[in-house]
Design a binder for this molecule. Structure first.
Ligand code: DGY
Length: 326
């Protein structure tokens, strides 16, 4: 009998095709999040689960998923998975690092440029029929070239963001819990403490994982340190930024603009005050959404499952200690 795999959403076919070669695959055949009760019922008899950042893999899930050997997240972030709980029960967890790095950094830089140069306002201005003449004062924005880019987090995506900044002759400074002198040398980056990055940057871009220590890492006090001309970019996780504090800072002109691919909560409620602001550009969590990258993510998640179900080490396992113990 073939192992049973559950896929919690429609995903690019390449990953499904891989799984179907040797597994009995059940898919929540929808673009909507699988309801919790359906999810719990479906995982009960599965050997592997390909899940998304919208699916909570917690003690309740693991209590039900008695046969599951692996929960393979199709995302690099895995704050939806209680990895410690998985490890305790000998269940593997995996994510999809690497394959989305460049695409996500491209998008973070896209948001940076679009917010700085007021692309959304320009587009709306044209479509509203307001473009009557060339205007010397029309929709002026912030320069990107030779500005200071401050990175909070210098992991894979942060590092690629640094490279993009250098392509625009930016000064790049960063803060991370781990200092990377090798990258400072290689890319000409400057390390600075957290507050200094906030104070000196024209653009602050967040590239840290979401965890208790990064919950509302950017709130009133931190926004107050930033320049009035500064732009905040968040492609990491919404809850790293305190949304009320951000609204106040944007509304009062304490900072100049924000470009967000992630919000707290997601999706952003239609009555969220951030949606009333012209200086807040918001995308629906699509930083990794290129055709190639989403294919690669679905294949990597599938390969993690196939490895786990055939007794091999999943290529991007998050808790390898599970294998050592077995
Ligand atoms: C991730 O991978 O964590 C993104 O948020 C979705 O690509």
């Amino acid at each position: 009998m073939q192992p049973k795999v559950y896929v919690t959403r429609r995903i690019p076919e390449s990953g499904i095709n891989l799984l179907q070669q040797s597994c009995d695959v059940e898919i929540w055949d929808s673009d909507d999040v699988v309801p919790r009760d359906v999810f719990l019922e479906a995982v009960a008899d599965k050997d592997g689960v390909l899940c998304l950042l919208t699916d909570k893999v917690d003690a309740e899930t693991l209590d039900v998923a008695k046969n599951a050997k692996i929960f393979a997240n199709m995302a690099v972030g895995f704050d939806n998975i209680d990895v410690d709980e998985c490890t305790k029960r000998g269940v593997m967890a995996s994510n999809t690092p690497g394959v989305l790095t460049d695409t996500t950094a491209d998008f973070a830089f896209t948001l940076l440029m679009a917010a700085a140069r007021r692309i959304r306002e320009g587009h709306e201005f044209v479509h509203a029929g307001k473009w009557e003449t060339w205007g010397p004062l029309l929709l002026m924005g912030q320069d990107i070239h030779h500005a200071t880019l401050g990175l909070i987090g210098l992991g894979r995506i942060g590092t690629e963001m640094a490279r993009r900044g250098q392509g625009f002759s930016m000064r790049v400074i960063y803060n991370d819990v781990v200092r990377r002198e090798d990258l400072e040398q290689e890319l000409g980056l400057e390390y600075a403490d957290f507050d200094t990055v906030l104070k000196e940057s024209d653009f602050v871009s967040l590239h840290v994982p979401y965890m208790p220590a990064t919950h509302h890492l950017i709130s009133t006090e931190q926004l107050a340190l930033m320049k009035e001309s500064a732009i905040l970019i968040n492609t990491a996780r919404g809850a790293i930024v305190d949304p009320q504090a951000l609204y106040t800072a944007l509304k009062s002109g304490e900072i100049w603009a924000a470009g967000l691919d992630v919000t707290e909560p997601e999706p952003i409620p239609m009555d969220d005050p951030l949606l009333t602001l012209d200086n807040c550009l918001i995308a629906p969590h699509i930083a990794s959404a290129s055709f190639n990258t989403r294919n690669d993510m679905s294949e990597l998640a599938a390969n993690n499952i196939l490895a786990a179900l055939s007794g091999k080490r999943p290529p991007t396992i998050l808790n390898p200690e599970v294998l050592e113990d077995s």
